[in-house]
Ligand binder design. Structure first.
Ligand code: ZN
Length: 359
């Protein structure tokens, strides 16, 4: 009942539009409410959320066999098809004699929500990845405590979002990494975060060979790996592309296999429909500061912007650097925000916040 009312309020708030996908924690009550009120919505639980429970549930009963179990469980999370999942799951149950374990029963009953072989192809926009889940978790832990009220929570989120918007108006840290015209075009459209992901796939696409089939589709293979070939279906009439890895359907970003086919077909720009609105710079939230830029004449802001530009330039060189910088920055900024928010609003000598005539 508790969840049902909240979901109904959420749907009303969305003017009756139900989401395609909903990401939640593992909770049977929540699942039942979603099945009742959002029957057409795919319910997904991040694998990270599941993996974070695996240790506490199975370490003690398994003892020295836990590492072997964890390795089997990780393999389950990498399988592509539901048939492979079912087979591997049954093997795991019999090897570890888990038939009556309540947590195993719970995990199995939720498998269509957390196992990637069941969730692949549903739009998650990269929000179920471990990196994203950890970053959200870290951010929330940084701004939440037992005394945090809902209003303060929204204020903190808003301040953090505005901070990120302020810090990214320049394109100078979005370096191109290839000479492929598609990359230059994508740079003018995508937000920095998504461009970085796109760039990664585009660079890797050069490691794949294509073979055209009689019906106009392509088999795409990595130059080293003999297995894992992908079928890319190409429909020329309306420039549709579908890859068997279902990356575009899952994340809204084209995979390396589909990009390879676009390159082979001499595309210099991707069709517009492959740049989803949610990933476009023009659709991202624009920062509008109320009351003008009343503190912009403070000396520390340009100095800080300069530091941030250097940080973005250095961080964008590798994915590892960028992930680290993003995670640390989010944590530290959330911590400072918390501390600043707890400081008194009035001080002995009032800060001069008037704008200079040419400020
Ligand atoms: Zn693909």
């Amino acid at each position: 009942m508790f969840f049902l009312l909240r979901i109904q309020t959420f749907v009303r708030f969305m003017r009756g539009n139900c989401p395609q996908t909903i990401l939640t924690d593992l909770d049977p009550g929540l699942r039942d409410a979603i099945q009742t009120d959002l029957p057409a919505t795919k319910h997904v639980i991040s694998v990270w959320n599941i993996l974070s429970k695996v240790y506490s549930w199975f370490f003690q009963p398994l003892g020295s066999r836990f590492a072997e179990f964890k390795s089997e469980f990780d393999t389950l999370c990498r399988l592509e098809t539901t048939e492979e999942f079912e087979l591997q799951w049954n093997q795991m149950i019999s090897v570890f004699r888990f038939n009556a374990d309540k947590h195993i029963v719970l995990l199995y009953s939720f498998r269509s929500s957390w196992a990637p072989s069941y969730t692949r192809g549903y739009l998650l926009a990269r929000m179920a990845t471990t990196v994203y889940s950890k970053s959200v978790d870290g951010f929330l832990k940084g701004i939440f405590n037992a005394q945090t009220c809902l209003r303060s929570f929204f204020e903190q989120v808003s301040i953090s979002a505005n901070f990120q918007n302020q810090a990214r108006p320049e394109m100078q840290y979005m370096y191109t990494k290839t000479c492929i015209p598609i990359e230059e075009h994508a740079r003018s459209i995508l937000t920095p975060f998504v461009f970085n992901e796109f760039q990664h796939e585009l660079a890797l696409s050069m490691q794949y060979a294509t073979s055209e089939m009689a019906n106009g589709s392509y088999i795409v293979r990595h130059f080293k790996k003999m297995d894992g070939e992908r079928l890319v279906i190409w429909v020329p009439e309306d420039e549709q592309i579908h890859c068997s890895c279902k990356e575009f359907e899952s994340s809204g970003l084209l995979c390396r296999h589909a990009l390879r086919v676009f390159i082979v077909k001499n595309y210099f720009q991707l069709p517009e429909k492959y740049y989803l609105n949610r990933w476009r710079r023009e659709s991202s939230l624009v920062f509008y500061e109320e009351n003008g830029t009343q503190h912009s004449n403070d000396d520390w802001i340009p100095e800080f912007q300069c530091l941030m530009e250097n940080l973005f330039a250095e961080s964008s060189i590798t994915r590892e650097r960028s992930d680290y910088a993003r995670s640390e920055l989010t944590k530290q900024v959330a911590r400072i925000l918390n501390e600043v928010g707890n400081m008194p609003e009035a001080e002995g000598v009032a800060m001069d916040v008037t704008l200079s005539p040419n400020g």
